[in-house]
Structures are given as C-alpha cells and as structure tokens.
Design a protein around this ligand. Structure first.
Ligand code: TYD
Length: 217
C-alpha cells in the first residue's frame, strides 16, 4: 500500500445484490468519520463512463472488451482512486479488477495470464524511492457477494432492459462465479466471501463485520 487511505471493492455476479450494501457501508463509514469516495467500474470518470457505455452496449470481441475495461480502469485510477488514497480517503468501488478476471476471463474465456499482464501494467505503482520495487494497486478488502446464478437470474427477471452482460445465460454466470472463486484462491487474505443468498439484514451484518474486523469501524 502506498497511500494511507483504504480501498474496498465490491464484487459478484449481476443480481447478487451488492449495490445497496455499497451505499450503506459508505454511510456507515462516513458516520464513523471517514472521508468516503464512492465510485464504480467500469466508470468513475467522464472518460471511463463513456467507455462503460460502449463496453456494456456495443458488440465487440473479447480482447477489445478486456482492453476497454483496463483503459477505463487506468483513467479511474489516475484521476480518482490514487489521489483519494494519497489524501487518506476511503475508496469504495462497485467492481474493480476482479470483475475483469471473472467476466472477461471466466465468462468470456479470455486468457488469464494476458489479463494478469494487463493488470500489472495498468495498476502499477512506481517505487517511491530509487532502487525500490514497483507494486501493483489492489483493494485492501474485496467483498465478494456470492450467489447461485439461478437465484440471481430470478432476482434479475423483470428488472430494466438488460445490458450485454445481464442478458447472458446462466452458464455464463456459472463461469463468472468460477472466475471469482479462482481470484479468491489466488488472494485469500484480500477477499471476504459473503453468502448473498441470506436475508438482506444478514448480508449487511457480514458487510459491516468485515469492515469492523479490519478496525475501520
Ligand atoms: P454493474 O456493476 O452490475 O452495474 P449495474 O448495477 O448498473 O448494472 O454493471 C457492470 C457490468 O459490467 C456487469 O455486468 C459486469 C461488467 N464488467 C465486466 O464485464 N468487466 C469489468 O471489468 C467490470 C468492472 C464490469
């Protein structure tokens, strides 16, 4: 970690129900005295929001899709996330790089090691002192709202017009879920897996507990 701030990301398949909890945790952290920056990916800057509109609605191949996600992320990191962390703020991000591994890697079947290469390039933090080593920006905590894709599909049915991801079949979300599980296995200390099939109140308890457990509440 280079800044003194904290960086929390929220992940899960479409329909897992993370968004209300992102806002609730932002409120809870604010009342505990944190300066909170609430943001999302793809998006979070004027340029990245334009990229989001393209990535969610225009047909494209898997490499183009992955590159757009990382291009949006690069701008978001430079314009918003890194400055906020340097100020000591708490950044809450609705999806971050794990979503690219889960959706483009797991869901679309795009090469995992290429994604890792792009991740290193895009999230690199140059060493502060000469001769020091560079590091890679990652969230300090990632809350994975894990839900059976069949249940998520039921929750999503009847919702607004689906985008290019929401309109995918259940098998796609099984693969996305497997992508998240693989990311958790690669960085178990960073992740908290939350059973999103529970009642909303129980899910919230788990969210709050994860922040309290790190001494942030
Ligand atoms: P989402 O975060 O679910 O927003 P909303 O609740 O407004 O629909 O939508 C973003 C979509 O983009 C979601 O389906 C996952 C997808 N996505 C990727 O495929 N790769 C990524 O790297 C990111 C950040 C998102």
């Amino acid at each position: 970690m280079s800044g003194q701030g904290r960086f929390i990301s929220f992940e899960g398949i479409d329909g897992a129900g993370k968004s209300t909890h992102v806002e609730a945790l932002a409120d809870r952290l604010r009342s505990a005295g944190h300066n909170v920056v609430l943001t999302r990916e793809p998006g979070g800057t004027p340029l990245a929001e334009k990229i989001r509109a393209l990535a969610l609605h225009e047909p494209m191949d898997a490499l183009t899709e992955a590159l757009l996600m990382f291009a949006a992320r690069r701008d978001h990191l430079q314009q918003v996330i890194e400055p906020a962390l340097a100020r000591g703020d708490t950044v809450l991000c609705d999806r971050f790089t794990d979503a690219t591994f889960a959706y483009q890697g797991g869901g679309r079947g795009f090469d995992w090691s290429t994604l890792s290469e792009l991740e290193r390039m895009v999230q690199r933090i140059p060493a502060k002192i000469e001769g020091g080593s560079d590091s890679i920006r990652q969230p300090d905590l990632t809350l994975w709202f894990d839900l059976d894709p069949d249940i998520a599909a039921q929750r999503l049915s009847g919702a607004r017009l689906p985008d290019r991801f929401e309109s995918q079949p259940v098998a796609f979300f099984e693969a996305v879920r497997a992508g998240y599980a693989r990311r958790l296995a690669e960085s178990p200390d960073r992740f908290v897996r939350i059973d999103a099939a529970q009642q909303r109140e129980q899910v919230w308890q788990a969210v709050e507990q994860s922040a309290r457990g790190r001494g942030w509440l």
